[in-house]
Design a protein around this ligand. Structure first.
Ligand SMILES: [Zn+2]
Length: 208
């Protein structure tokens, strides 16, 4: 590994201090990880750079954006950064069968599972007797902070719940990295999870 790394900008780097607290907390925030855990990982010298790349990839960064971040965070030159990214991608490929679903995907799916559960409670607490044709539910998107109302017809909702891989989200709340749009309506969009999380969302099906 080349030691004559360039200081590209004011971004925190990790060459001097084995543990850069600023970097650790920044990285933790970017990847929604536990700062202490990130810091502990950063402490392990040789694994630092690989860890940074893996975290960024898991957080969904790709291509030029990924390369740019790796350059800034590792202090590697362009060729070194590219080589490291390629090496980590290779590791990811060879362990793909064993290493199951990216944590990011699981976390996003978990948020949707929670909102689905909420909606199931809302629907069942409606009592059935009212059987209102229009339900006011919560958006089932991947964003844990989204609590926006979603209006859907009862029949449509019942049809949706027949498929545990599908969720109803507000237009614009789709997450294309982890799900496909299968139906677009004025007031909501039906998305279907990618294959990586099928097992997870099916296991949590409120109507098994
Ligand atoms: Zn939403």
């Amino acid at each position: 590994m080349p030691t004559a790394c360039e200081r590209r900008d004011t971004f925190p780097h990790m060459e001097q201090d084995p543990v850069d607290h600023e970097l650790a907390s920044w990285l933790a925030a970017q990847t929604h990880s536990n700062p202490e855990q990130v810091e502990a990982e950063l402490e392990i010298g040789e694994r630092r750079r690989a860890f940074v790349v893996d975290e960024l990839v898991e957080a969904g960064f790709t291509g030029g954006e990924l390369l740019d971040l790796v350059l800034r965070l590792t202090g590697l030159d362009r060729a070194g950064a590219k080589a490291l990214i390629a090496a980590r991608a290779e590791v990811g490929r060879t362990s793909a069968g064993r290493e199951t679903v990216p944590k990011r995907d699981q976390r996003l799916a978990q948020n949707e599972i929670v909102f689905r559960r909420v909606n199931e409670r809302l629907v069942s607490s409606d009592g059935g007797e009212a059987a209102s044709q229009e339900l006011s539910l919560v958006c089932e998107c991947t964003n844990a902070d989204c609590l926006q109302a979603l209006t859907i017809e009862l029949a449509e909702y019942e049809w949706l719940r027949q498929n545990p891989r599908r969720f109803a989200v507000l237009p614009g709340h789709e997450a294309p990295a982890v799900e496909d749009v299968v139906e677009r309506h004025d007031r909501f969009v039906i998305v279907e999870k990618h294959v990586e999380t099928h097992e997870q969302v099916e296991a949590a099906d409120p109507r098994p």
